[in-house]
Design a protein around this ligand. Structure first.
Ligand SMILES: [Fe+2]
Ligand SMILES: [Fe+2]
Length: 473
C-alpha cells in the first residue's frame, strides 16, 4: 500500500485518496446528507447551533493528529482515516498464518466480514441516540463538551465502517450503510442490533458507566478486529482505538469524580441525599447494571462462530500482534470454563478456539478491575471504608453460558428466591433512577459544577476549568 496523504480540503477529510476514486466519492457524498439528517434528528438534541470546543482528527500520525477549535456540531468534519499501513503485512493468527494479508475481501469471507462490520458499525450511531438528551442536564460546560466530543467521534466511527461497506461490499454494502441510519436505539420495530445499545442512557451516571464499561467493550472488539487479516479493517479500527481511549477516560474520570464527591461529603458527615449527591449504594448498582450488560456484548463463552472468525484470520486475540501468545493457531489447547451444572458449577474444557470470546472477556474484566481499583485507591486516600466492586462475569447475564441462571455479584450461584429477595440491592431500582434524575441539574456557568460531581484535575487540551468549552448562540 502506498503512503497515505491527508486531504483536508474536501467535504470529507480523508487519507484514503477519495479524490482518486470518483465513484466512491460520489457514493459517500450521497450518503453524507443522509448522515447529517440523521445527526440533526437523532444526535444531541438542541445544541446544533452552539459552538463546542471539539477536537477533530486531521491525520493519523503520532502527535498532532487532533486539532481543537470551537465548531458547531453539524459542521464537525467527519472524515475517513486509516492508520498508516505497514509494509508487507502478513496474517499472524489462525489457519492462514504467514500468508499475505488481504487488501480485498476474500469471497468466502464476505458475509461474515460484512456482519462483523455492520455489528460494530451499528453500535456507533446507537450510542449517540442513547445519549441525545444528556446535554440538557450537563453538570458543567467541561462535561457537556466531553459528551459532544464522544458523540462526534462515534459519528466518525460510523463513517469509518460505512467507508468499508461502500468500498468492499458493493450494493449490499450501500444498503447496509443506509440501514445503519434507519435503525433506532430502543425502537420496538427497528431496534439497534445489540441489547446494551437499546438501553436508555437517561442520566449522567448512566453515561459515565456506559463510557467506562460499554465503550470498553468497544475497545476490546476493535482491538480484536485491529488484528484482522483483512487490512482495511485493521487500519480503520486501529485509528478508531485512539479516539476510543478518550471515551473510556471520560467514563473512568466521571465515575471517579462522582465517587470522590460522595466520599468527600460523607467524610465531613454530610448525607449525600440531602445535598443532591449520589450515595455509594446507588453508584454500585449502576455499575453492576452497565458492567453486566456490557459483558453480554462479548457473545457466547463457548462459540463456534468465534472459532471460525479466528480460524479465518478475521478476528484475533487481544494484542495478538504483540506476540504474547505461544501458538498463533490456538490449536491443541483448552480453556477451562466454569459452567452451571445441576444446582452448582462444574469445569468444562473448551477447545481454545471456541473460547475466543471468553479470552477477550477475561482481558476486559482484568482491565475493568484495574479501573475499579483506581476509584478505590481514592476512597482509601479519603479514609473511607466503603469500596466499589466489579460484579463477577456470571452476574446478571442475558447472553452466554450463565444466562438463565442466578448469581450474586460475587459470582456465587444462588436460587431464584434469593435473587428476587436481593435484586433491589444489586441493580438500580425505580426509586434510584427517580432520585438520580433529581440530581441532574444543568450547570452552564464556566468553572462551576453540579454538587454530585467533583471538578476534573485537568481541563481539556490544557484549558482551565473555567474555560468556555461551549459557547451558546
Ligand atoms: Fe466508537
Ligand atoms: Fe466510544
Amino acid at each position: 500500500m502506498p503512503h497515505m496523504e491527508v486531504d483536508l480540503d474536501t467535504r470529507i477529510p480523508n487519507n484514503v485518496n477519495l479524490k482518486g476514486d470518483k465513484r466512491l466519492l460520489r457514493a459517500l457524498e450521497h450518503w453524507q446528507p443522509q448522515f447529517i439528517e440523521w445527526w440533526k434528528e437523532m444526535g444531541p438534541s438542541d445544541f446544533n447551533a452552539d459552538s463546542v470546543y471539539l477536537r477533530t482528527a486531521v491525520g493519523v500520525g503520532k502527535g498532532g493528529w487532533a486539532h481543537f477549535d470551537h465548531v458547531k456540531m453539524p459542521d464537525y468534519r467527519w472524515g475517513i482515516f486509516l492508520a498508516e499501513p505497514t509494509d508487507d503485512r502478513k496474517i499472524h493468527f489462525g489457519d492462514h498464518v504467514g500468508d499475505q494479508a488481504w487488501d480485498q475481501v476474500p469471497g468466502e469471507m464476505r458475509n461474515r466480514l460484512r456482519r462483523l462490520i455492520v455489528t460494530q458499525g451499528d453500535t456507533e450511531p446507537a450510542s449517540v441516540e442513547q445519549q441525545r438528551l444528556l446535554g440538557h442536564t450537563a453538570p458543567s460546560l467541561y462535561d457537556m463538551r466531553s459528551l459532544f466530543q464522544v458523540n462526534a467521534e462515534e459519528g466518525r466511527h460510523l463513517w469509518a465502517m460505512v467507508y468499508l461497506l461502500h468500498v468492499f461490499f458493493g450494493s449490499d454494502g450501500r444498503d447496509e450503510a443506509e440501514e445503519l441510519l434507519a435503525r433506532r436505539s430502543g425502537n420496538a420495530d427497528k431496534p439497534r442490533i445489540l441489547e446494551a445499545f437499546n438501553q436508555p442512557v437517561e442520566t449522567w451516571l448512566d453515561f459515565f458507566c456506559f463510557t467506562t464499561f460499554t465503550d470498553r467493550d468497544g475497545k476490546y472488539q476493535l482491538a480484536s478486529l485491529a488484528e484482522s487479516g483483512f487490512s482495511p479493517l485493521a487500519y480503520s479500527t486501529q485509528f478508531m482505538l485512539t479516539e476510543e481511549a478518550y471515551h473510556m477516560q471520560t467514563g473512568e474520570n466521571g465515575i471517579g469524580r462522582i465517587v470522590h464527591r460522595t466520599g468527600e461529603l460523607m467524610r465531613e458527615g454530610t448525607d449525600p441525599r440531602k445535598v443532591g449527591a449520589i450515595p455509594f449504594d446507588i453508584i454500585q448498582r449502576y455499575i453492576n447494571f452497565w458492567a453486566s450488560m456490557s459483558m453480554d456484548l462479548f457473545g457466547g463463552e463457548d462459540s463456534t462462530n468465534a472459532a471460525e472468525a479466528f480460524a479465518m484470520g478475521l478476528k484475533g486475540r487481544y494484542r495478538e500482534s504483540d506476540g504474547i501468545y505461544k501458538d498463533p493457531k490456538a490449536l491443541g489447547q483448552n480453556y477451562k470454563l466454569s459452567v452451571p451444572k445441576n444446582g452448582g458449577m462444574t469445569e468444562q474444557d473448551v477447545p481454545l478456539r471456541r473460547a475466543m470470546n471468553s479470552l477477550l472477556l477475561d482481558a476486559y474484566v482484568a482491565d475493568s478491575t484495574r479501573i475499579v481499583n483506581r476509584w478505590n485507591r481514592d476512597l482509601e486516600r479519603l479514609d473511607m471504608d466503603v469500596r466499589i466492586s466489579l460484579p463477577d462475569k456470571k452476574f446478571h447475564r442475558g447472553q452466554g453460558v450463565y444466562a438463565g441462571y442466578w448469581f450474586n455479584p460475587a459470582g456465587e450461584r444462588i436460587t431464584e428466591e434469593e435473587w428476587n429477595a436481593h435484586r433491589d440491592d444489586w441493580l438500580p431500582t425505580e426509586a434510584d433512577s427517580a432520585y438520580v434524575k433529581t440530581c441532574m441539574i444543568s450547570v452552564r456557568e464556566p468553572g462551576k459544577f453540579a454538587n454530585w460531581i467533583s471538578p476534573p484535575h485537568q481541563g481539556t487540551n490544557e484549558q482551565p476549568n473555567d474555560f468556555d468549552y461551549v459557547r451558546f448562540h
